[in-house]
Design a protein around this ligand. Structure first.
Ligand code: ZN
Length: 284
């Protein structure tokens, strides 16, 4: 199943470019609010698997600016750093023995298209596969982890590097990555069963039409199941929480010369089987 947030209304994608409005088609059994669906995820998946052919279908261009984040108001946003070997090497850092975790504050979550304000400093891109939690997870093993994931989407862990790396360790990762609009996710949320292998998905991004990052998620140091196992050994993951799973090599800050996002730049962020986001930037 694939869902989208269409101007704040939860919708199921029924075939290429056509969606069903959940509140209307379910006659109010489920409300329009996308974030609420995760609280009753198993029941919602059951309903959506039924016959939606008699429901009103709405034509929708999945690249349109009318789409918002598929999990717009998570209670928690977890993010994993240094989760690809070549990215840890380009950052000049040792490989982690347990996942390196920080947060993007939930107010940074943003939709899959639109204009993002650039703060002062050095703003960089980080394409990442993003998992959304489908039911409460506390003390979950890696073997059971996928059963706790509602679906996958693609995200950008946008980062202002000067604030992120300011001061002595531990530095300001969570602040440097939480500027308004710095956590875009979308355009759709795809359930894990839709992928041939949810642990092996190609992700990439392009700045002004030039590809800058590309990898497959099988190259993660810590897979999504191992990330869920580690996170849930400490914190209780709640339905609708968002997990950024780490970025591959190619980030702009580690290049020589550095490649930073500037005003009027266009960033296109893609994942196999999920689709693409498109953002432009302006000076705040
Ligand atoms: Zn990141």
């Amino acid at each position: 199943m694939r869902i989208v947030n269409r101007s704040g209304r939860l919708s199921v994608v029924v075939d290429a470019g056509r969606v069903v409005d959940v509140a209307a088609a379910s006659e109010g059994r489920f409300g329009p609010e996308p974030q609420a669906a995760y609280e009753r995820w198993a029941e919602f998946v059951d309903w959506a698997a039924g016959d939606l052919s008699s429901a009103d279908h709405v034509d929708l261009d999945l690249d349109l600016d009318t789409l918002d984040a598929p999990a717009p108001r998570p209670s928690q946003v977890f993010a994993v750093g240094l989760n690809y070997r070549e990215h840890a090497e380009e950052a000049g850092l040792d490989l982690p023995e347990i996942p390196v975790v920080f947060t993007k504050f939930p107010s940074s979550i943003n939709g899959p298209a639109g204009v993002i304000d650039l703060p002062k400093g050095s703003v960089d891109f980080e394409v990442e596969l993003v998992a959304v939690v489908g039911c409460e997870a506390a003390g979950v093993t890696a073997e059971d982890a996928w059963a706790h994931i509602a679906g996958l989407t693609v995200g950008q862990d946008l980062s202002e590097r000067e604030l992120q790396l300011a001061g002595p360790a531990p530095q300001q990762f969570s602040m440097g990555k939480s500027y308004r609009g710095f956590g875009p996710i979308g355009p759709v949320l795809v359930t894990p069963d839709e992928f041939a292998d949810p642990d092996d998905i190609e992700i990439s991004c392009a700045l002004n039409g030039v590809e800058v990052q590309r990898t497959r998620t099988r190259d993660m140091i810590f897979s999504i199941p191992r990330i869920v196992e580690f996170l849930s050994s400490v914190a209780t993951l709640r339905p609708g929480d968002v997990i950024f799973t780490g970025t591959p090599s190619g980030t702009g800050w580690s290049r020589d010369p550095k490649l930073l996002i500037g005003p009027d730049d266009e960033l296109v962020t893609s994942a196999e089987g999920i689709g693409r986001m498109r953002h432009t930037f302006r000076q705040a």
